[in-house]
Structures are given as C-alpha cells and as structure tokens.
Design a protein around this ligand. Structure first.
Ligand SMILES: Nc1ncnc2c1ncn2[C@@H]1O[C@H](COP(=O)(O)OP(=O)(O)OP(=O)(O)O)[C@@H](O)[C@H]1O
Length: 446
C-alpha cells in the first residue's frame, strides 16, 4: 500500500466518520508500514491511539480492504510527532483574567427577546431567566433537556447574552461537550493539561451543550467530573443541556448522572400547536419587514403549524424557504404555494404512528381492554389481537423488536418475533384475519 492509497482511504473515512471526527482522530495518524496483514500507524499520543483503536478499527480495516489491501489488524505506536516543541520559558501559573476563554461563539439571534414562550417550554424558560439574572446560585447545575431543535441551545445562548450584558466582567464560558472533549484532547496532546484545568476552573459560569456526547468517553468524563466538582465547590453556576434526562443517558458514569441530577432538571416538551403558531407569527413578522411588500394569505401559518410538528428548526427552515421562494417568483404566499414549495417537508412531517395508537385501535376493533393488550393473559381471544398489534407495530412503525417488546408490558423481543410470525402464517389461510388487517391498516394510516 502506498501513501497515495492511504490518502484515498482517508478521503473515504471523511465521508464515513464525518469531518469533525476525521479531523480529531484520523488526520493525526500516519501510516508507517503495511506488511504481513498488519497496518501500523503512528499516533501522536497514546490517548489518540487507544481511542482510534477502540472506536474506529473496523471502519479503517474495511476501507483498507476495499482499496485492495490485505490486512487483518491495525496497530498503533506513539511517536508524539504532532507535539509542539517543549516550552522553554515557564508559563504563567494562572490564566490572566482578560485571557479569551476557549468557548464557542454565541449566536446573536438567540436571545430571550426572540424566544417564544408557550406551555411546553415555560418552565425551562423561567429557570433560564432565573439563572440569567445572576446573583446567588440557587440551583446547580441547571440541566435543560429535550428533543432535537426545541430550543436548548437558544436558551443557553440567551442566558450567556443576558449575564454578560448585566455584568460584563463575568467570565461566562459556553461550549458544546464535543468541543470540551476536543480541547481536552488537544491539551493532552500539547502537554498543557494544567492550563486546561486552570482555565476551566477559573470561569464564573460554565455552560456545556449536548452533554450526552461525552457518554462512553472515559477520560473526557473523568475530566468533566472534576471540572464540575471544582466549580460547584466554588459556588459557580453550571448550565448543562442534553437530549434526554441525566438518568437516561447511556454510558454516562453513575457519579456524573447523580451530580447532574443535584440541581434543577427541566425539560423542553415537544411543541404544541399554539407554540408553533406563535413562533411562526414572530418569524413571519421579521420576514415581512425584510421582504417588503410580500403578502401572506390568511390560514398559511395555521396550516404550517398544524402540519409541521417535528421541531422548531424544521418549522423555521420551511418559513425561510417559503419567503425566499415567494419573493423570487414575486407571488403572494398562498396555501397552494406553500403546499407546492414545501411538499418534501410536509411529507416528511406526516404524523408518525406510535405503538400505543396501534394497541388502542386493535383493542377497540376486537373489543378487548387496552390493559389486556399489555397484560399477561394468554386466553386466545386476547392473545390473538395482541399478536395482531405486534404484527402491525412491526410493519407500520420503525420500532425495533426490543422496543416493541417494552411497549407490550416488557415482553422479550423473541415473544414479539413469535407473535409477528404467527400472524404472517395465519394471513395465508385466514381470510377473516386478512380483512381485519386491511381494515386496521386503513384506519391507522388514515
Ligand atoms: N421557543 C422558541 N422560540 C423561538 N425560536 C425557537 C424556539 N425554540 C427553538 N427555536 C429556534 O429553533 C432552532 C433550533 O433551536 P436550538 O438550536 O436551540 O435547538 P436545540 O434544542 O439546541 O437542538 P439540538 O438538540 O439539535 O442542538 C433555533 O433557530 C432556535 O432559535
């Protein structure tokens, strides 16, 4: 294998792992030899070598083989080639107060003024406001969680804006958990771990977005835990966000979970119709002044709020596209134009069927109680409808067998598989069952 082929393999790995992972982990590697089925890499630190070996061995092997190399193993040796010259002059012991913090930039649009409050997010908003007022720390950390695109980052940026507007001298550090890890690895690589610790422990407010990212990343979790404790001990405010509650983050150390649960844990619920409409009205207001003269027919925003239920980001994207398109063709935004221009988004946002809805409809159809659907009874007049519901859940939703099993009173995935198979067999011979299934599918899919 030549360095040129390794170059091509690297390009494939960019596509496979994403630019960020690639830059953090693969780019620093050098292929030194490939002989007797072993690809030998030089890694700048044992941390990177171990990491890649633990997380990316399969991908590297697959891509090497795809490019024609005969390889069965990858190995890493540590050379430290990417490390900078050792520092001669002693570094200042503590970071200077005016030194720039290694945070992520804040989006100037994400303020409390532009955040629309509704029932699903009022608690999170109130808690964020409370933290943004500054003053004595009342709950530590503030832990915000919720699904994709529901405003976690927006609220965190709003807190940071407000705090620095009120007290410009405050050292507020906002960054994503991924950036935290990246800075940590960089500090390890450059042998500046003491500086890293000092900087992170010298802030007044630390905000870490998407903390679920550090789950399963042992050294980063360890460092995060110590940073967290040091700041709490000094009574400094910490704000964390994640896509789920602390207890539900898999592969996060127990001691971190319990730390995260110590303060105030609030969730951003999925949006409801009123909140979506409120957000659309606010954004449309902004666009109207930007695209002067552009008219929007009544009922269009209501239609979008009703149909696009996924998340706020998608909602915003739809409105942006709609205004841009209408201004391009110089037409009023009508319902028709919206349906045309947003056909793909509308299709993708079509309501997703849940296992619970299937269970309810099937129970109604066979006139049994919903609780029996989930319960342990094995009588045939209950077991059969239950299997029908399992079959429909498998075929009409994207849930896995274990997930379906959990929704059927914690049954094992093999039980679900058995139920699905049973119905698949019966369909061949039982025309009544066939009719039932057709009817139920029509009812469920609208
Ligand atoms: N209540 C709201 N009012 C106004 N804009 C909102 C609201 N909620 C979300 N948004 C907007 O929706 C977009 C997505 O929000 P944000 O990036 O904060 O989501 P998130 O919860 O952090 O998502 P992710 O988990 O993907 O990081 C942003 O442009 C944000 O301004």
């Amino acid at each position: 294998m030549t360095q040129e082929t390794w170059g091509q393999v690297r390009e494939k790995l960019v596509a496979r792992l994403g630019r960020h992972n690639y830059t953090s982990w693969i780019e620093p590697l050098k292929l030194s030899t490939l002989a007797e089925g072993v690809a030998q890499f030089e890694a700048p630190s044992s941390f990177i070598g171990n990491w890649v070996s633990r997380n990316y061995t399969d991908q590297i092997l697959n891509e090497l083989r795809a490019s024609g190399a005969e390889v069965s193993r990858v190995e890493f040796t540590v050379t430290g080639f990417a490390q900078p010259e050792p520092k001669k002059a002693a570094k200042p012991a503590a970071p200077k107060r005016e030194e720039a913090l290694p945070g992520a930039p804040l989006d100037s649009r994400f303020t409390f003024d532009t955040f629309v409050v509704g029932k699903p997010n009022e608690l999170a908003h109130a808690a964020a406001r409370r933290v943004a007022e500054g003053g004595p720390v009342t709950f530590n950390p503030l832990f915000l969680y919720g699904g994709v695109g529901l405003g976690k980052t927006h609220l965190m940026h709003a807190i940071a804006h407000e705090l620095t507007a009120r007290s410009p001298e405050l050292r507020v550090l906002y960054l994503s958990a991924e950036q935290f890890m990246y800075r940590f690895v960089q500090a390890l690589r450059e042998k500046q771990i003491m500086d890293f610790k000092e900087i992170f422990r010298s802030v007044d407010v630390l905000m870490v977005d998407d903390v679920q990212f550090i789950a399963g990343k042992d050294s980063t979790q360890e460092e995060f835990f110590h940073t967290f404790n040091a700041l709490v001990d000094q009574n400094k405010q910490i704000v964390i966000s994640a896509d789920r509650a602390p207890g539900e983050i898999k592969d996060l150390e127990e001691r971190i979970k319990s730390r995260l649960q110590c303060g105030l844990v609030v969730d951003l619920h999925p949006t409801d119709y009123e909140l979506r409409l409120g957000i659309l009205q606010t954004k449309a207001e902004g666009y109207r002044s930007q695209y002067r003269g552009l008219q929007i027919a009544s009922g269009v925003l209501e239609f979008l709020a009703h149909r696009i239920t996924t998340n706020v980001r998608v909602l915003e994207g739809a409105l942006t596209r709609l205004f841009a398109f209408a201004s391009l063709v110089g037409r009023e935004i009508t319902l028709e134009l919206a349906q045309d221009c947003l056909a793909d988004i509308l299709r993708a946002s079509d309501r997703k069927l849940t296992v619970e809805e299937i269970q309810r409809k099937v129970a109604e159809h066979y006139n049994i109680r919903l609780s029996d659907m989930i319960g342990p009874k094995r009588l045939r007049n209950i077991a059969r409808p239950r299997q029908v519901a399992m079959y429909l859940a498998k075929h009409l939703t994207s849930r896995s067998l274990p997930e379906i099993g959990r929704r059927f009173g914690g049954r094992d995935h093999t039980t679900i598989m058995h139920g699905v198979k049973k119905i698949e067999e019966l369909i061949m011979t039982d025309s009544q069952l066939n009719d039932d299934l057709q009817l139920l599918k029509r009812l469920l899919q609208g």
